[in-house]
Design a protein around this ligand. Structure first.
Ligand SMILES: O=C(O)CCC(=O)C(=O)O
Length: 274
């Protein structure tokens, strides 16, 4: 689904259908060029900052080509702005099914893996690096009023253009609502790579998906670096991902309307909608 996202707070019927049927929807042009620039500037400043851990940011590396930074909101206002984005949070609430809390914030900067040869990269089909889910549909998904909802939903923003060789997210459409063991779905996709979709997107586009969807980062074939921001959301009675605790002092300094989103303070007083 490559439809332009209207500046409204709900998914169009077509976008909602795509989300329910395929397990994702690509929202084009959600972030303005100015927002993309500010978020990228913040991310590269964070990458180059040897003291980022003092602001609670964690770093995980896979070789020299893949770096993941986590727990970003306290580091820079532009990174906070992405996590609480007024055009995205209502869409997340729609697919979660009610009010949400922030569960995690991450960024990935990755390049081509120097250990993977050209011959390996140019075999047929997409090249996921590690298919996974963060929840299973048997306990992390539900239906209400004929719509699919998930208790764990992510928004993934592309801060760089991502063409066919640039490592767009790979995913298995429809897997978000399958009760099959995850390993069997991955084996099916290995058997026939046509079951896999690889996202192509322009900078500023956002992939909205439930964590019940089997998905993965993807090997990069080009010489370009990819930059993404990822925010995870759950209903407020669930916990943040380990290491993504936002400090009470930081939350106290934010506008009152944002505090439940950052802290999960509403807990079991869940404002269910949709
Ligand atoms: O790198 C990507 O495109 C996917 C990231 C991912 O798997 C995740 O955020 O759970």
């Amino acid at each position: 689904m490559d439809a332009k996202t209207p500046p409204t707070a709900t998914l169009t019927l077509a976008q909602r259908y795509h989300f329910d049927a395929q397990g994702f929807v690509l929202l084009e042009g959600v972030l303005t060029p100015d927002e993309v620039t500010r978020m990228k500037t913040a991310l590269y400043r964070l990458r180059d900052d040897p003291e980022r851990e003092q602001q609670r940011v964690y770093t995980r590396r896979r070789g020299s080509h893949f770096t993941l930074f986590g727990n970003l909101v306290e580091y820079d206002p532009a990174l906070l702005q992405y996590a609480v984005h007024p055009r995205l949070v209502p869409l997340v609430e729609e697919v979660v099914g009610g009010a949400v809390r922030l569960e995690e914030t991450e960024a990935i900067l990755n390049r081509r893996n120097p250990d993977v040869t050209n011959a390996q990269l140019h075999t047929q089909g997409p090249h996921p690096t590690g298919f996974h889910t963060g929840a299973r549909c048997t306990w992390g998904g539900y239906y209400e009023n004929h719509r699919f909802h998930s208790l764990f939903v992510k928004t993934l923003a592309y801060l760089t253009d991502v063409g066919p060789d640039d490592g767009g997210t790979t995913l298995i459409p429809g897997s978000h609502r399958m009760t099959w063991p995850q390993a069997e779905m991955i084996n099916a996709a290995r058997e026939d790579p046509r079951l896999i979709h690889q996202v192509e997107a322009s900078a500023g586009s956002v992939l909205l998906f439930p964590e019940t969807l089997v998905h993965s980062s993807t090997e990069i074939r080009s010489d370009r670096e990819r930059a993404i921001l990822v925010s995870g959301y759950t209903p407020p009675m669930l916990r943040e991902w380990m290491g993504n605790e936002v400090s009470p002092e930081f939350i106290a300094r934010q506008p009152e309307a944002l505090r439940p989103l950052l802290s999960g303070s509403d807990q079991w007083n869940w404002k269910r909608r949709y």
